[in-house]
Design a protein around this ligand. Sequence first.
Ligand SMILES: Cc1cc2nc3c(=O)[nH]c(=O)nc-3n(C[C@H](O)[C@H](O)[C@H](O)COP(=O)(O)O)c2cc1C
Length: 213
Amino acid sequence: MYILLCNGSPRGIRGFSEKYSDALAKGLAEHPNVQIEKVNLNRIAGHRETAERLAGADCAVVIFPLYTDAMPGMTMAFFEELKPYIGSLENISLGFIVQSGFPEHIQSRAVEKYLERLTEILGARYAGTAVFGGGMGMNEKRIALVHRLGREFLPDKRFTKETLALTTPMETIPLPARVLVGILGLTPLVQMPWILQLRKNGAYSKRNDRPYE
Ligand SMILES: Cc1cc2nc3c(=O)[nH]c(=O)nc-3n(C[C@H](O)[C@H](O)[C@H](O)COP(=O)(O)O)c2cc1C
C-alpha cells in the first residue's frame, strides 16, 4: 500500500507540520507492506508531479498549518493542481491534519468543511481531518497522539473518531479568558512584537488601512 504524506507548510522540513508528518509516518509504518512517501509542497514547481503521485496513491494525508483561519497559499495552489482529477479519485482515501497556534477548534471549522467538500469533489474517500490547536511546539503527548492516529489509520484507511475527539477538545476558550485576552491584547507588551514587525516592514503608518472597503 502506497501512502503519500504532503507537508503544506511554507517552512517545509523546518516547520512544525514536518513533526506531525514524522509522527504520523511512524504510526503508519507499524503496519506491514506499507510504502510511505513524504513530500513538501513549498516548491510550487513540483506540484504537478506531486498531484500525479497523489492520484496514484492508495491513501494521502495533507498536513498544513492554519494561516489566518485558512491555509497557506501554496497548500491552496496544490489543491488547485488537483483539478484534472475531479471526480476520478474513487480509489484513494484522503485525510488532513490542520495544526495551528491558537488553542480553539472553532477557528479550523471552516477549513475543515472545505476539506471535506474538496474530497467529495475529487470523488475520493474522506479519511477525516485531525485538528490540532495550541501547537506552539510539539510535546511528547502530542507526538504520541499523532503516532496513534497513524497506527489506527489502517486497515480502514481513515482516522478513528475516538482519537480525533482527543486532538483539540476545546471548541472555544471560556468567556472570562476571552475577556482577559482582549484586555491583554491592548497592552504594549502584547502589541510590541506586532508594532516592531510593522515598523520593520515600513507598514506602521498603514496599520489601520481597510483595502477591501
Ligand atoms: C501568516 C500566518 C498566519 C497564521 N494564522 C494563524 C491563525 O489564523 N490561527 C492560528 O491559530 N495560528 C495561526 N498561525 C500560526 C501557525 O498556524 C502555527 O505557528 C503553526 O504551528 C505553524 O506551522 P509550520 O511551522 O508547519 O509552518 C499563523 C502563522 C502565520 C505565519
